[in-house]
Design a protein around this ligand. Structure first.
Ligand code: ZN
Ligand code: ZN
Length: 329
């Protein structure tokens, strides 16, 4: 085991990760009779998240690979959600709602305003057009870029999931790189696409932690966004513009230097700590995660949460935000 892995495990053991915020008026944030609230968010994006990734020499191939594993994983995840009655908030890239798209005068989605070239921590965009990889095809021929089939599967599940928003084309939303009119044109396109499914988008996740355009987000009718100020077990914060900020607690990842058993132990321990500290736990994951995680780790953790539902309110972000608005003004 490497020193880094050892230190990571030690920090976890010593309660330094996630950081537990000191107890606040927890009755404001956690309904009576419960000790904790858990939400689980999936950043649902297929190929869109990875096409400008700096983590690979061939980001396009990486994007297609991620999309394929996401497509394989989502039906299995939904099955475990039904088995253990676990609802998920699917922060969905808007393009995934489409069955197909086509170019108008050689341009994909001309009504959407484009980001200028930029480079951030995760992505570098310096080529011709932000939509250059959009196949302008349909979900049968290019299933890596569209998934009306999976969205319907989520909607038809016996568990009440939520469909949230992750921009239309996985843009950088930071105020530095994203002008408000670009942000607005992306979000309007998401709303239009979601309406075809009878979905009204309320919960937002900024792609790649690029928090920004919060005033616009509130104006566009959203009620929450999620931040990553380090892993936190704590309490949401209400902004002046009315948005609730949910601090993310932990990502379900798959690490080669951890055993399956260690992953499970670790995630269970986080649930225990949330209950013990009377805090809110916002878990999240990429559905493209390694299939071993989905098949061997998720069911164990979901079962563990399900067994503790007398202590934990397991809910979707939209319902939690409604509770906060009526309880913690
Ligand atoms: Zn398109
Ligand atoms: Zn994303």
């Amino acid at each position: 085991m490497s020193i880094k892995t050892r230190l990571g495990k030690l920090n976890f053991l010593l309660n330094r990760n996630p950081i537990i915020e000191s107890i606040r008026d927890s009755a404001k944030y956690i309904p009576e009779n419960f000790k904790s609230v858990i939400t689980i968010t999936a950043d649902f994006e297929l190929a869109w998240a990875w096409r400008y990734s700096k983590s690979s020499d061939k980001p396009y191939s990486l994007a297609i690979k991620k999309a394929k594993s996401e497509r394989e994983n989502v039906p299995k995840i939904l099955e475990f959600c039904e088995k253990y009655k676990i609802p998920i908030t699917w922060a969905t890239v808007g393009h995934l709602f489409l069955e197909k798209c086509e170019k108008t005068n050689e341009i994909a989605h001309p009504q959407i305003k484009r980001l200028k070239h930029f480079e951030n921590t995760y992505w570098k965009y310096s080529s011709n057009d932000w939509f250059e990889y959009d196949p302008c095809s349909d979900y049968i021929n290019s299933p890596e870029w569209y998934c009306p089939d999976l969205i319907e599967m989520i909607q038809q599940s016996r568990v009440k999931h939520e469909i949230g928003c992750h921009t239309f084309s996985h843009i950088d939303c930071s105020d530095k790189f994203c002008a408000p009119d670009v942000f607005e044109s992306e979000i309007n396109e998401c709303k239009k696409a979601a309406e075809n499914y009878g979905i009204s988008l309320k919960s937002f996740v900024h792609p790649g932690h690029t928090i920004g355009n919060l005033t616009k987000l509130a104006e566009l009718g959203f009620t929450s966004f999620q931040s990553d100020p380090g892993n936190i077990l704590g309490y949401p914060v209400k902004h002046k513009n009315g948005l609730w900020e949910l601090k993310r607690t932990y990502e379900f990842v798959f690490r080669n230097d951890w055993s399956i058993e260690y992953h499970i132990r670790r995630y269970k321990k986080i649930i225990d700590r949330a209950i013990k500290s009377n805090t809110v736990c916002n878990l999240w994951f990429h559905p493209s995660v390694n299939s071993e995680a989905v098949e061997q780790i998720f069911p164990e953790v979901f079962e563990y949460i399900n067994d503790r539902r007398n202590d934990i309110w397991i809910t979707i972000v939209g319902d939690y935000t409604n509770f906060l608005n009526s309880n913690a003004k």
